[in-house]
Design a protein around this ligand. Structure first.
Ligand code: HEC
Ligand code: HEC
Length: 225
């Protein structure tokens, strides 16, 4: 099975490129680790200096480095994801190269106070919906979304903290699609100990094909306009 997956990756080429950080992002990661190793305080602004190289000065993200915008995400979700990276629940799958990169950085945040501080600092940026990069059949996507996704992520994809389901509207469409694929393929959320990731992992298998996933994400993107 593993061999087959590997072969498919070679044939499709895209899947390996998609998940393996390139030279420029490896350099950004090394710089970030250096900044973090030097900062021991829980000063959110100082800590964010280590994040800006990839996520942008105002949290707007950088598609070339596969780093998503963070400003349209709720603080409780950012906090939980950072702790998921720190504990190794997220970013540990061998095919999750970018998750591993982010895991190494999150693990360098000294403690929970530092996680809190950097998240509060990100929350001070103004929300700016990410630009559209994907095309899909929005009407078809809307039907699937309301039947299969809206109950947890909310009718306007605004998120629901009671269910720990994050906002999706305004988040980069390329990132949402990639994360959805990772849930579907067991690259994210495969570990039962990752309670919420595991839940979403099961949902990743509910859409019939890749085309439908693109339609649903295109619909979600349209909600942010
Ligand atoms: C070397 C580039 C790089 C640096 C530096 C970096 N990140 Fe990331 N970050 C990424 C990438 C790439 C991802 C996407 C991982 C994936 O595809 O699963 C990510 C994902 C995240 C996520 C998950 C978002 C979501 O919606 O799932 C959070 C939260 C995050 N980063 C916060 C931070 C914070 C806070 C810092 C600074 C302490 C930081 N990042 C520094 C590259 C970086
Ligand atoms: C049972 C509730 C539930 C349903 C239904 C559901 N999700 Fe999720 N979803 C979640 C939870 C919880 C998370 C957070 C997972 C984590 O913490 O790793 C999540 C995370 C995600 C993410 C990752 C976002 C990010 O920024 O990291 C995407 C993309 C996503 N869901 C898309 C969908 C789509 C598309 C559907 C419909 C096909 C759907 N979800 C249906 C609960 C749900």
């Amino acid at each position: 099975m593993k061999r087959l997956a590997l072969l498919l990756c070679v044939v499709l080429a895209a899947c390996s490129n998609d998940n393996v950080p390139d030279v420029s992002s490896e350099k950004a990661a090394a710089d970030a680790l250096q900044v973090l190793q030097q900062s021991s305080s829980a000063d959110g602004k100082a800590l964010y200096a280590a994040c800006a190289a990839c996520h942008g000065a105002k949290g707007e993200g950088n598609v070339a480095l596969s780093a998503p915008s963070l400003v349209n995400q709720q603080d409780w979700y950012l906090f939980r994801q950072l702790n998921g990276f720190r504990s190794g629940l997220r970013g540990s799958h061998p095919q999750d190269g970018y998750g591993a990169q982010m895991q190494a950085i999150a693990k360098t945040l000294p403690d929970e106070a530092a996680v809190n501080a950097v998240v509060s600092y990100i929350a001070s940026f103004s929300a700016e919906p990410a630009a559209k990069t994907l095309d899909g059949n929005i009407k078809r996507g809307a039907d699937y979304y309301s039947n299969l996704c809206g109950a947890c992520h909310g009718p306007a994809a605004e998120g629901n903290d009671k269910l720990q389901a994050p906002a999706l509207a305004g988040v980069d469409d390329w990132y949402l699609l990639k994360q959805f694929d990772h849930f579907r393929d067991g690259i994210r959320g495969a570990d039962e100990a990752d309670r919420y990731g595991y839940q979403m992992g099961m949902m990743g298998k509910t859409l019939p094909d890749a085309e439908t996933a693109k339609d649903v994400i295109a619909y979600i993107q349209s909600l942010a306009d």
